[in-house]
Ligand binder design. Structure first.
Ligand code: SF4
Ligand code: SF4
Length: 461
């Protein structure tokens, strides 16, 4: 078979962004205005502000958003969550899974085009920067075909702008994963002595620059598994961006519309598509439901004095002439499960303890001691306390079932900082008669406003 490059390729087996040999076809996406573009711009501005700001925001002195991998702690809204909280977070994981299925059943791949940080930054920051500095898509295409020195200079300026934008994202990622204190120390005050933040920032910056400035839509079309997962969850009643062939075909150019449909074959819907596809070929895996083609086609329809909606946010059922149903067994089931899971999650959150307590007996053999004529057995316990609260706690340890036992610790109360883990060694002197060969009892940790207990086994000498 001869190798065919260009527009006559098979859209089901060859990506719009590559030729049959697999070579990249660079997209010069035409940016268009319109009602959907304005809606996306409002949502994207809010999202970009949140994503760049949240890692630097503090609530009651604690991170609003932080993923502390070495500390095995995730901070959300100033509250720490540790590995011990996983059972409490199980309903949240199920909410995310069922919520995704519900969102796809209702609004298709809305997440991909409107909420995914990759789409938001690419379509609302990087492509507009390119357009601002290098000009319209036709000018960029002309420059690609016949490069000029002025054009090369504009490309260089664009890459500087990309570098600044990628730097802002790298800032947020560094604060999210390394923390704001390390961010300031490693990037502002003393990078030489705090290399972790500086190295993390540099790696993030390179990855962001590579992704947004060069790799671009290929992240959606060949890397992201989530897009494929969403696509297989679509059903004929789910909202999709769709072209109405009954109205548009047979397509054709020219003022004489005799025997032709409404599609004037201007290809503007293809020119504005950030993944380079032709939506007139039907729903495709690469479509991220960004709605840019709706704006483009509505503008064309206005010019040719035809009603808007040749390409619309619609459903396969509606495109076939049927009635789309929002309420159907699938959406009712998902919605009911979501409500139940949300209620369970709220109950779990309210019951989440402020302190996780773990007790281990020290492997050293307990020793018999005699104190003022009383036979005692001495052994060491290792007590691990992890704060699940946004407050610093002053914890007092006790063995309430053994009133004659004495707990020896370095300090009377044990400080457990908010979100932190504290491990202390406690010496226990307990009456030998009470302990015998071994005694199952409980250790209680109390603090102002709460207490927590853990089982403990004391051994005889
Ligand atoms: S923008 Fe509308 S009229 Fe133009 S090619 Fe696409 S579907 Fe046809
Ligand atoms: S086909 Fe339309 S909605 Fe889908 S990605 Fe392209 S422009 Fe966006």
């Amino acid at each position: 078979m001869p190798v065919i490059d260009g527009d006559d390729q098979d859209f089901r087996s060859v990506l719009a962004t590559s030729d049959r040999r697999g070579r990249r076809r660079w997209l010069h996406v035409h940016l268009t205005g319109g009602v959907w573009r304005r809606r996306r711009a409002i949502l994207s501005t809010a999202l970009i502000g949140f994503l760049l700001w949240a890692p630097f925001w503090t609530m009651n002195g604690h991170p609003f958003a932080r993923i502390d991998i070495p500390g095995k702690t995730v901070w959300a809204a100033g509250t720490p969550f540790h590995a011990q909280d996983l059972p409490y977070l199980l309903p949240l994981a199920l909410i995310l899974i069922i919520g995704t299925a519900l969102m796809v059943a209702l609004v298709g791949r809305f997440f991909c085009g409107w909420l995914c940080p990759h789409s938001v930054f690419l379509e609302q920051v990087f492509r507009p920067l390119e357009r601002l500095i290098q000009g319209s898509s036709s000018r960029r295409k002309a420059e690609e075909a016949k490069p000029t020195s002025a054009g090369r200079a504009r490309v260089a300026v664009t890459w500087v702008a990309y570098g600044i934008a990628a730097g802002a994202i790298a800032n947020a990622l560094t604060a999210l994963f390394i923390g704001t204190h390390a961010f300031v120390a490693g990037l502002v005050v003393d990078p030489v002595n705090h290399p972790t933040a500086a190295v993390f920032w540099l790696v993030s910056w390179v990855v962001m620059l590579f992704n947004f400035a060069w790799f671009r839509e290929q992240t959606c079309t060949i890397v992201c598994p989530y897009g494929r997962l969403q696509t297989v969850m679509l059903d004929p009643h789910a909202l999709v961006v769709g072209y109405d062939p009954r109205r548009g075909e047979p397509r054709g150019k020219g003022a004489d519309r005799t025997g032709k449909g409404d599609c004037v074959d201007c290809r503007l819907c293809v020119d504005v598509c950030p993944t380079g596809i032709d939506i007139r070929n039907g729903n495709q895996l690469e479509c991220i439901h960004c709605t840019a083609c709706i704006d483009a086609c509505d503008g064309v329809m206005a010019k040719v004095k035809k009603p808007a909606g040749l390409i619309a946010f619609t459903s396969e059922v509606a495109l076939g002439g049927g009635q789309r149903r929002t309420l159907r067994p699938r959406t009712i089931l998902y919605g009911t499960v979501m409500v139940a899971l949300t209620a369970i999650f709220v109950v779990f959150l309210t019951r989440r303890p402020d302190l996780h307590l773990g007790v281990e007996r020290n492997p050293v053999t307990p020793t018999a001691i005699d104190q003022d004529g009383t036979a005692l057995v001495r052994q060491a316990l290792t007590v691990a306390m992890t704060s699940g609260s946004g407050q610093d706690l002053a914890v007092t340890l006790s063995l309430p079932d053994l009133p004659d036992a004495r707990l020896i610790t370095q300090t009377t109360t044990q400080p457990v900082a908010a979100g932190a883990r504290s491990v202390v060694t406690v010496l226990v002197d307990a009456p030998r008669a009470a302990v015998g060969s071994h005694l199952r009892t409980r250790l209680v940790a109390s603090w102002a406003g709460g207490s927590r207990e853990a089982p403990v086994i004391l051994r005889g000498p």
